[in-house]
Design a protein around this ligand. Structure first.
Ligand code: ADP
Length: 178
């Protein structure tokens, strides 16, 4: 077995919970590659249409997954997206679902210019823990972890916890290969 193997990590959660902020810092700290799915979908022309009702882009999932497969299969990626049920289950070694309290999320989304239905939908998505349930039903529940991400202090703690998880994952791989 290749002991220099690196894990693939999925960071998911409602828009505004802090995925990009965390992924950017985590990538810098660990050397893993941040795969920002919304950006990749735009850059690689994987947007099928714009949903006027939900004010969101509809992905061409097959095209996106085809593009990503070569990036993901060697390992070493942090994938960041506000959904998780369409990725192949085999891609990820661990899934972290970021969470934020309603008031914090509301302020962050207002600051981002969200309003009306789009704002309401995203707040409800967090209240009903839609993404957490999506993650729990799409992946082995043992690899799904929920992380509160309301403050700088929690962000710091979350990064520490994920780095600790990576260290243990690598150690386990080495032990298994011996
Ligand atoms: P997402 O990628 O999940 O949509 P972002 O990383 O863009 O979220 O963060 C949304 C907003 O919340 C940004 O203004 C960011 O600075 C802020 N933010 C992110 N994480 C935290 C945190 N742990 N504590 C306070 N503010 C945060």
């Amino acid at each position: 077995m290749n002991v220099t193997q690196k894990p693939n990590i999925l960071i998911t959660g409602t828009p505004g919970v802090g995925k990009s902020t965390l992924c950017k810092k985590l990538a810098k700290k660990t050397g893993l590659v941040w795969q920002d799915i919304s950006k990749i979908a735009k850059d690689q022309n994987c947007i099928q249409e714009y949903d006027e009702v939900y004010e969101t882009s509809v992905l061409d999932e097959d095209k996106l997954l085809d593009f990503l497969e070569d990036e993901i299969s060697p390992g070493g990626n942090i994938v960041d997206y506000h959904g998780c049920d369409f990725f192949p289950e085999r891609w990820f070694d661990v899934v972290f679902v970021l969470r934020a309290d309603n008031t914090n999320l509301y302020d962050r989304l207002i600051a981002r210019g969200y309003e009306g239905k789009k704002l309401e939908d995203n707040i409800q998505c967090e209240i009903f823990q839609t993404i957490l349930e999506e993650a729990q039903s799409s992946y082995n529940s043992e690899i799904v972890h929920e992380l509160q991400n309301n403050s700088e202090q929690e962000l710091h703690q979350n990064i520490k916890q994920i780095v600790k998880w990576i260290t243990k994952w690598k150690k386990d791989k080495i032990q298994k290969s011996e």
